[in-house]
Write a protein that binds this ligand. Sequence first.
Ligand code: SAM
Ligand code: FES
Length: 335
Amino acid sequence: MDVLALTDGELAEIINADRYDAELRAQADALRREHYGIDVYIRGLIEFTNVCKNDCLYCGIRRGNASAERYRLESEDILGCCETGYRLGFRTFVLQGGEDPHYTDEIVCSLVSEIKRRFSDCAVTLSIGEKERDSYAAYKAAGADRYLLRHETASDEHYKRLHPKEMSLSHRKQCLFDLKELGYQVGSGFMVGSPYQTAENLVEDIRFLQQLKPDMIGVGPFIPHSETPFAYFAGGGLELTLRMLSILRCFFPNALIPATTALGTIHPRGREMGLQSGANVVMPNLSPVSKRKLYSLYDNKICTGEEAAECLKCLAGRVESVGYKIVVSRGDVKK
Ligand code: SAM
Ligand code: FES
């Protein structure tokens, strides 16, 4: 099957199929092997603040969740996480957080440049939301290499149902195009099975990504959080998420695609199946164990109790169990 030649209607049909398609998965795996062999890149995720000025309806750390216990990591703590990660073989650090005004451009820039000074063979990825173009330019000048900003959904109407009215899809898209122009390796993506999502929305997501041409694509199931307006919605399904990973690998043969923690949360072998369906990245947690549970985007998140070294050992075993291998590398995109 030539996935790239399918019409929107045909793609929607495949997305809607209620079984996992072995042919599609084999095609995706063959493509990932052609471009990346059996290598799996690791990214050390540092969730450095759960304070957020936004109120995305699906997100457990939205500002409207009064029961969330908030935390912020100091720069020295973040550098300590990098130090631990470096010793374990990480060569990419992902700094992720809510949109927290406490971390001014000045603080972000000095943090990024200090990480690059201490760990000069490492890549720094930022995932701190929508900012002004000048801010993105400043972080880039300070040494940031990559930026993750999921578009969440490429349908305006769907976007409005997931976000408060002060947020807009057009601004999020603008941020992504600014980041590209500034020379970042850019990651976008979306949740699978978010409230009100249709197969047609997912086709729109693929079409938007074809326009953006991202280097990284983050896709994981939506999982409800009990303290959000979407507490009683169903979560995204395993099969559908795996099918989306395979379809995306076919469209973007050389993209960096993580098997997400959310996928590992909805099924004990979710990440392994994600790798077999076309994913080639995993993102173990480097955040201090004492803070892990507080970065609660959704209920029952896994990997909140283990030290970084244990997390990595567990993941390495999982990766090997399905025939792939974790490598010590920055893991840049292969163009
Ligand atoms: N503030 C940054 C941003 O907006 O890009 C980064 C942090 S944000 C929590 C990271 C991602 O978590 C979002 O892009 C969203 O797709 C995902 N996320 C949030 N709530 C989720 C949920 N309930 N289930 C699954 N993923 C979720
Ligand atoms: Fe801001 Fe989720 S609402 S990180």
